[in-house]
Design a protein around this ligand. Structure first.
Ligand code: ATP
Length: 132
């Protein structure tokens, strides 16, 4: 069983093992990154509101794409943070700070664009509900 091979450093030898390690990576991100849990809560809320407002299939496409790219940006941010911690040994490094700040900036940019697209889709529908 892949997760029991705690000291494995050789390549995965089956799809199941690759999949298990990938799932473990996702689990660690959820466990360690508060922001990932916040993104997930927002994603669940957005999906619920999308279902309530019966958005169209092309709007679902944009909503799911936005959710996906914010998640991927957060995963890449976490990878950058871990690499900086690994390389610096958690000691202060000006370059390490720049890398972490830039990675966090990438998440912020993706979240802002996702927010704009979300408002674009949902605001007119909410507005219509409010005025009727
Ligand atoms: N080794 C370091 N050297 C210099 N600055 C650092 C270092 N580690 C962290 N920092 C600074 O502290 C901030 C927070 O770092 P941390 O690793 O806690 O990220 P985080 O709180 O998990 O970030 P995020 O909220 O983006 O997930 C970084 O954005 C950076 O400015």
């Amino acid at each position: 069983m892949a997760l029991k091979d705690k000291k494995q450093i050789q390549k995965n030898h089956s799809f199941k093992q690759s999949f298990t390690h990938a799932c473990f990576g996702i689990y660690r991100i959820f466990k360690e990154e508060r922001n990932m849990r916040i993104h997930t809560s927002i994603a669940v809320l957005v999906i619920f509101v999308g279902w309530l407002l019966q958005i169209t299939s092309s709007e679902w496409y944009w909503v799911m794409a936005c959710i996906g790219w914010v998640f991927v940006a957060e995963v890449l941010n976490t990878i950058a943070e871990n690499i900086v911690d690994l390389v610096t040994g958690k000691t202060y490094s000006e370059l390490g700070k720049h890398i972490k700040d830039m990675a966090a900036g990438a998440v912020l940019i993706s979240a802002c664009f996702a927010g704009i697209i979300g408002l674009w889709i949902f605001l007119p529908k909410i507005w219509l509900l409010l005025i009727h």
